[in-house]
Design a protein around this ligand. Structure first.
Ligand SMILES: *[C@@H]1O[C@H](CO)[C@@H](O)[C@H](O)[C@H]1NC(C)=O
Ligand SMILES: *[C@@H]1O[C@H](CO)[C@@H](O)[C@H](O)[C@H]1NC(C)=O
Ligand SMILES: *[C@@H]1O[C@H](CO)[C@@H](O)[C@H](O)[C@H]1NC(C)=O
Ligand SMILES: *[C@@H]1O[C@H](CO)[C@@H](O)[C@H](O)[C@H]1NC(C)=O
Ligand SMILES: *[C@@H]1O[C@H](CO)[C@@H](O)[C@H](O)[C@H]1NC(C)=O
Length: 299
């Protein structure tokens, strides 16, 4: 493993050929990964002669690994990439929605590929043996879990809802749940159970889990009963991108709040579809998504 590759968030490339690749923030202003709040930028780490052996979301031809890194930065799902340095320009750039920390068994030596992963505290192996480190992208955080994606006993995630929570996309069809243990919540995790929502009811029943349609930005938010938005913390009354997740992800994990949330027993919280929340163009929305809600409490 060699050192850093890329600076993200403030969007200056320090490492390779900075003269050619010094982008200004506005040049790639469409990126909204919310990185760099804590550490002043995020880096890719280069793993020479390694590959993360998973199906790429997108394979593209790029001139070199730097252009591949920029492709990755432009896709909110992208957490890492493989680059085949043998044949630049021949679908050599594989953009991945997975990371090597949660799929370590797929992280393998490779004759031809190098692997690049977004910098994370998981790189330092902070979890106990047998537990996997899950990066919390968008902050400098992580959590440890025995089997990622399945929230079993002993997991740091506390289930908040008693009954499955369902939310629709119009006519104030929010879903709600009541917190049963008081404390300070760092972040929430919405785990998909069933259904679809959409901003165009012609796609019903197959819209998406969290957004409008394929490729749309995420439109699912969590609010207090008084309709203050809790997650995402920097919500701006618009759909938004969430690093590592897409419209049909099996779950959403929000970046931890910079101001953790104090909750008390019996307090109600709500899950809303963005357009329904802001009373936007919701007349042709449709569908309903059902979820379980988990929280990571400050210990
Ligand atoms: C591009 O990739 C294809 C499939 O892997 C291979 O058959 C072909 O020879 C490659 N071309 C170049 C120019 O490397
Ligand atoms: C959800 O909201 C409805 C209507 O405001 C209310 O009657 C119900 O008690 C709430 N349920 C929970 C679990 O908070
Ligand atoms: C989401 O998944 C369903 C099937 O589970 C599919 O029909 C739909 O097209 C997918 N939507 C997106 C946005 O990928
Ligand atoms: C977001 O929408 C709410 C409710 O419509 C409104 O009170 C608030 O001012 C809006 N905030 C922004 C940043 O537009
Ligand atoms: C779908 O949206 C149209 C408006 O575009 C509306 O007239 C119709 O009632 C909606 N259908 C359903 C089932 O919500």
């Amino acid at each position: 493993m060699s050192s850093l590759v890329f600076v993200k968030g403030f969007l200056f490339c320090h490492v390779f050929m900075p003269a050619v690749f010094s982008f200004s923030k506005s040049a790639i202003g469409s990126i909204d990964h919310g990185f760099g709040k804590h550490d002043g930028g995020t880096l890719f780490i280069e793993h020479v002669h390694f590959v993360l052996d998973v199906e790429p979301e997108i394979s593209v031809s790029t001139y070199d690994k730097i252009m591949c890194a920029f492709k990755c930065l432009h896709q909110s799902f992208c957490l890492s990439f493989n680059y085949d340095a043998r044949s630049p320009g021949n679908n050599s750039c594989e953009l991945l929605s997975k990371n090597k920390y949660t799929l370590s068994e797929r992280f393998q030596p490779s004759q031809f590929f190098n692997h690049y992963s977004l910098m994370s505290p998981c790189e330092n192996g902070p979890c106990k043996k047998g537990a996997k480190c899950n990066p919390l992208y968008g902050s400098n955080g992580y959590y440890c879990e025995r089997s990622p994606g399945s929230i079993e006993q002993g997991s740091p995630w506390i289930k908040l809802n008693k009954n499955v929570v369902c939310f629709g996309a119009k006519n104030d069809a929010f879903g709600n749940f009541t917190v049963t243990s008081h404390g300070t919540i760092l972040t929430m995790r919405l785990v998909y159970i069933s259904g679809f929502v959409t901003c165009n009811n012609r796609t019903v029943p197959y819209g998406s889990h969290w957004a409008c349609k394929k490729g749309s930005r995420i439109a699912t938010i969590v609010t207090s009963a008084a309709k203050n938005v809790i997650f995402p913390e920097d919500y701006k009354n618009k759909s938004y991108s969430l690093v590592g997740y897409h419209a049909n992800s099996s779950e959403l994990v929000f970046p931890p709040r910079s101001k953790p949330l104090k909750v008390t027993n019996g307090e109600e919280y709500q899950i809303w579809y963005n357009e329904d929340f802001v009373n936007g163009e919701e007349f042709n929305n449709g569908g309903q998504t059902c979820v379980n809600v988990y929280a990571l409490y400050e210990s």
